[in-house]
Ligand binder design. Sequence first.
Ligand code: HEM
Length: 313
Amino acid sequence: MGYLWQEGEEGAVKVLPRNLAVPFWEVSQRLGLPPILSHADFVLANWKRKTPGRNLDPIISLPGGESLRGFILVTLLVEKAAVPGIKVLRSRKPAGARVRALPRCCHLSAQPLHREQTDYVDPAVFYSVIRIFLSGWRDNPAMPHGLVYQGVSEEPLAYSGGSAAQSSVLHAFDELLGIRHSERGGENPAAAFLHRMRDYMPPPHRAFVEEIQRAPSLRQHVLSSGNGKLCAAFNQCVSALTDFRTHHIAIVTKYITTAAAKAKAGRGEPADGAGPPPGKPPSLLEAKGTGGSHIFRFLKSVRDTTREGMISA
Ligand code: HEM
């Protein structure tokens, strides 16, 4: 990603030389991941302890200094906060017990997102320095034809950039609660995007999400139980997930929309130590996510479908 984007979006490299492309391709094939930086590489596997039992540090880095470190580690904390929920989800306890245990776990995931992201990641650094390095070469006007992986394919290949949309956590909770983003009337770009993001998950994570999708419907179980307490617990989970997505929209507004406006007005100077922005602040992806989706239309549609997953009394 560093090699590709180091000159900014106007100087993006269109051909990845053979000595980088071939090993990258082969390692990715072995891992069952696409040959581009993904959530799995950048967050899930990208941490080490500074010293045994002490705080964490990322293993691989990109420009962005302390803000990059914060961005990686806070995202990792959200994953960690979801662990109790995932454990409940995997447990063999009866469905009712699992629904009752879940609301507390779903709530946890939102906490680090809105509190700590704001404390540790400078929006100007995120927008002007970090973001471009997460960009992909699919649906990206800076690289409309994709990237030629020399020695792998003569035709350019197109892949979406790294995004927490590739995390299995939200996909797993959605499947568990029966929140089907695809049911909002046939062809739904948000659903198609989210579904495509599963190709960027490590194969066991993808298999886990698909296993939950195939399992008997928890929602149906709660509905047919006629048990008010169970319905309330189920709705608390849906509500926690909706809140998480609402907070996330606020984060994206701050880190992309407001930061872009400040950068345009020349008021978005990254703090010292973040490294220089690669070229001009990126503008081509202002309204689009790193995965190429139209950000707010996409995020709001996903949030609204989540809310619609509530069971009415
Ligand atoms: C500076 C902080 C962040 C920014 C600017 C940001 C930005 C975005 C954008 C633009 C998208 C749209 C999809 C794409 O094209 O990539 C997205 C999706 C998503 N992000 Fe973030 N994000 C941030 C932090 C996080 C964190 C910490 C998490 C938690 C793990 C997270 C979870 C998600 C999820 C799950 C989606 C898919 C949509 C959904 O399921 O609601 N994001 N994000």
